[in-house]
Ligand binder design. Sequence first.
Ligand SMILES: *[C@@H]1O[C@H](CO)[C@@H](O)[C@H](O)[C@H]1NC(C)=O
Length: 419
Amino acid sequence: MGGFRSLFGIGLVAGLIAFWLPIVVHFVKIGGVFETPAPTLLGEGQGPIRIEDTIHCEDVHHYRPANLLFTACEDTKDTRFDWFPGLGHLRPHPPARGSIHVIDPKTFKSKRLAFTNFEGSFVTHGIDVIEDPTQEDAVYIFAVNHLPNPEYFESSEPSENTFKARSQIELFRHVLQSDSVQHVRSILHPLVSTPNDIYADSPESFYVTNDHFYRDGTMRLIEDIYPRAKWSSIIHVQLTNLQTSDATAGIEASVAHYGLWNNNGLGHGRTKNEVVISSAMGGELYLADRYAINNTLSVHTTIPFTTVTDNPSYYADPYRTGSDDASGFVVAGISQHLKLVKTGKDPNGLDPVQVWYARPQPDSSKWETKLLFEDDGSRIRTGSASVLVPIEPENGQKKAWLFVTGFLSDSMVAVQVEL
Ligand SMILES: *[C@@H]1O[C@H](CO)[C@@H](O)[C@H](O)[C@H]1NC(C)=O
């Protein structure tokens, strides 16, 4: 009996260690347990330049053909601490009416676009911006909208299986240099459940990450901390109708990828068919091939980092030469993720940020990673997306403006970096 009991005891301890060890190891490495932020020192003329009127903008994209940045912002500091399904914040609160902004990276000014044909709430998260294939000076903008589920909040007795959030995707069209953005249609589909970020390949076809399988509760917590909780998915959506006012009409959706831990941001890669995927909690970027034939993604390369990695972007160095190419992947993330459990609901909290850059090492399959910018949260709070805008090199030194934004940042900032 005693022998059995001690065997049982050893088994239990071994089981606990097997469960907790990967979590502890991972959180020491990625979660920033022992991290002390070391804010980057900036020289004269290197910023930070605060972009006015960019409150809580989770994502930013550099639309190179017009040299403009696009972002989607909450526009108010009051709402996200209660209502933001992306952080598991599901406390009833009248949701925000955020907006799409265009930023001129030469003047560092942001302009809110007025909506045409779009009423109601807009709780912003990831976006993508692609050229209108039929009109060179127009773009399509896809944007996540985390709406509350009326079946939960407007029902006196919502059933246990009724989710609090009913997130959808909004499709807009914008003529460059105009002051407005036209709503094309809403996209609501059961496979798109916890949308985070979007990769569009045409106005009718896009990919969207579901960052979690679970929306709240203990299982979501486990999903957040357990490296083997590889339950997140990427959905491909094909639209067969852009004219409909029914959010559920004209949609064909399928699973494009399944089995990554907390897949989060999506970005366009080096070629037309390369997709960059981030695992936020995993602290990794994945490069994947996109197969138009069956609308699936196949990961072929992993780039590991030492912090949370959110929305990735690819910087194509316009001044590259055969021997000097500063092209690479840029990714921002919060560097002390464990703190977010508390600070995520605190309007005055500080969340440190790191922005990383990775490029292939010459003649090697390895990646060279470099910390481009770090802050303790006082210049920029939370980092979730970052893009590089090139500056003409001086004396052979490659430079760029790095724009950094966060899901809880008061304003986007731009700092000058050397590459
Ligand atoms: C999709 O097509 C590609 C290219 O033909 C193939 O390699 C891949 O296995 C296919 N994926 C699935 C899930 O069928």
